[in-house]
Write a protein that binds this ligand. Structure first.
Ligand code: NAP
Length: 490
């Protein structure tokens, strides 16, 4: 980024949903920015994940930028391919494409104190400068492969769900899926009618929340095109928002009526949705609902009762060339093995090296757990802001809404730089420490900390998430507490 004048340059890392958002906002206000994207195309998680059955379980009209409603969604829940097209189209429409540098992996960001700017190094060895870094590098980004003996010996094709192989034998073949988070469940529902034999390997059964599903016909889409108020009505649907607020009350009040209702709805779904008593018991969770991310599905229980599908709850002993050997000695012979085993959720911008004031690295600061002040900024890392960074809300929310609220917060800090009132802004260490102390104490009492394993937990077993209500998050993002920030005046 060439320096034209005195105004700050912005380096956005990642051209996914949050990076495109930051670009659109900066372009609107006429600021200089470059988006560095390590891959050769935009879209982040929606570019990487192409597995059959991929949908977003947030209603499509709520999983859109607030400023860019989209009348074309084809169903209440959009497919991954549609969402990817939405981001491509939106990036084009808002003139973001010329600002994206593809194949540009940022490997280091080092704060130059004397000049109050970040020195970026790319994988190519090229360097760049920017006064501001926006880390929009995603959360669920680095696949986590299971530590199962013999995985590499498998003779068929084995691959992670986020690295879908189009030429894998599925139709009429013998396939297995390890993992039953949101991903594994969606893949099973899509393959149940395609594979001749499909095994769902479940280490822990899931709570399945029944949800409505319906398609939007051409007539409805035409009505959305003609009258955007119809889309607003869906986005602002009081029932949708009261569900969000009820869900956060459920998360934060583990003995309250809201979580009891969620558990009842899911258990009724299991009771009424599964006919075979043996299968019903296999699918019954033995931990609290919403402790792991709740699965929203309108078709999983139908899928697992199809003749080709076998739910396997016996532990896996090892993987052999022919298939998966269970602890009781049985062998599932497979042609294809899908590893829907999740992601390393504590990486964020890493493995890039990020060094702030005094050369302190993010790896050092995050030795125990990734953390950020109100999930956005980090003491000692001036002008470094994260979207969907550590300790933000997790659960069944629209990450777009979360990123937009975070951007509104970041923008108020950037205003200080743009107005020339400061060269650098970072949260005070004591403000961050107080935030983390309160957050950790509250996080331990959330449903996420009620005794299950999940990607929500940090390495010490503490939920790594926002532990308060969604309203509290919205309020916190509405206006930064400026006294909690250190300004390096010009
Ligand atoms: P995940 O929720 O982390 O689930 C990983 C699954 O793999 C779990 O069932 C886990 O079992 C299992 N597993 C891991 N290692 C294993 C091993 N060695 N042996 C046997 N089983 C193993 O990952 P994910 O399903 O990819 O979902 C991650 C997140 O992506 C979701 O929580 C959600 O936030 C997001 N997502 C969202 C949507 C959407 O519709 N919005 C769709 C897909 C994904 P245990 O439970 O026993 O650990």
């Amino acid at each position: 980024m060439a320096k034209q004048d005195d105004s700050p340059r912005h380096a956005i890392i990642g051209a996914g949903m949050a990076g495109i958002l930051a670009g659109i906002r900066l372009r609107k206000s006429g600021k200089a920015f470059t988006i560095y994207e390590k891959a050769d195309w935009l879209g982040g998680t929606w570019r990487d994940n192409r597995y059959p059955g991929l949908t977003c379980d947030v209603p499509a009209h709520a999983y859109t930028y607030s400023f860019e409603p989209y009348p074309e969604w084809r169903a209440y829940y959009a497919t991954g391919a549609e969402i990817q097209r939405y981001f491509e189209r939106t990036a084009e429409k808002y003139g973001i494409m010329p600002h994206i540098r593809f194949g540009a992996e940022v490997t280091a960001c080092v704060w130059d104190e004397a000049r109050s700017l970040w020195m970026l190094t790319l994988a190519s060895g090229e360097t760049a400068e920017a006064e501001v870094v926006i880390a929009a590098s995603g959360v669920l980004h680095h696949p986590r492969l299971p530590d199962i003996e013999g995985l590499e010996s498998f003779a068929g094709s084995a691959f992670h769900s986020a690295r879908w192989q189009d030429d894998a034998s599925i139709d009429g073949a013998r396939a297995g899926v390890i993992g039953n988070g949101s991903t594994g469940v969606q893949i099973i529902t899509a393959l149940a009618d395609r594979a001749a034999h499909l095994v769902h390997f479940q280490r822990s059964p899931q709570w399945i929340m029944p949800v409505p599903y319906f398609e939007y016909g051409e007539e409805e889409r035409e009505a959305f095109r003609r009258d955007p108020a119809l889309i607003d009505a869906i986005r602002n649907d009081p029932e949708y928002w009261s569900n969000i607020h009820r869900f956060t009350r459920a998360i934060t009040d583990v003995e309250g009526p809201e979580i009891a209702l969620i558990e009842k709805l899911c258990l009724d779904n299991l009771e009424n949705g599964i006919a075979d008593p043996v299968l019903k018991e296999k699918l019954r969770p033995d931990y609290r609902a919403a402790c792991k991310r709740l699965i929203y599905s309108w078709c999983y229980y139908d899928a697992v009762q199809k003749p080709a599908v076998n739910v396997e709850r016996e532990g896996i002993a090892r993987i052999e060339p022919e298939g998966v050997r269970m602890k009781d000695g049985r062998l599932h012979v497979l042609d294809t093995l899908v590893l829907a085993t999740g992601f390393q959720a504590d990486r964020f911008i890493r493995p890039a090296t990020v060094k702030g004031v005094g050369g302190v690295s993010l790896d050092d600061l995050w030795a125990v757990r990734p953390t950020a002040y109100y999930a956005v900024s980090i003491p000692g890392f001036p002008n470094f802001f994260m979207l969907n960074g550590p300790t933000g809300p997790v659960g069944n929310f629209s990450l777009i809404d979360i990123a937009e609220r975070q951007w509104a917060y970041v923008e108020q800090l950037l205003d200080l730089l743009h107005a020339g009132r400061a060269r650098a802004v970072a949260p005070k260490a004591e403000a961050h420490a107080a935030y983390e102390e309160r957050r950790i104490a509250a996080a331990r009492t959330t449903i996420f900390g009620s005794g299950c394993t999940s990607w929500y937990l940090d390495a010490t077993g503490v939920p790594a998430s926002w532990p308060w209500s969604y309203e509290a998050f919205a309020d916190a993002m509405a206006a930064p507490v400026m006294d909690d920030y250190l300004l390096d005046a010009r």
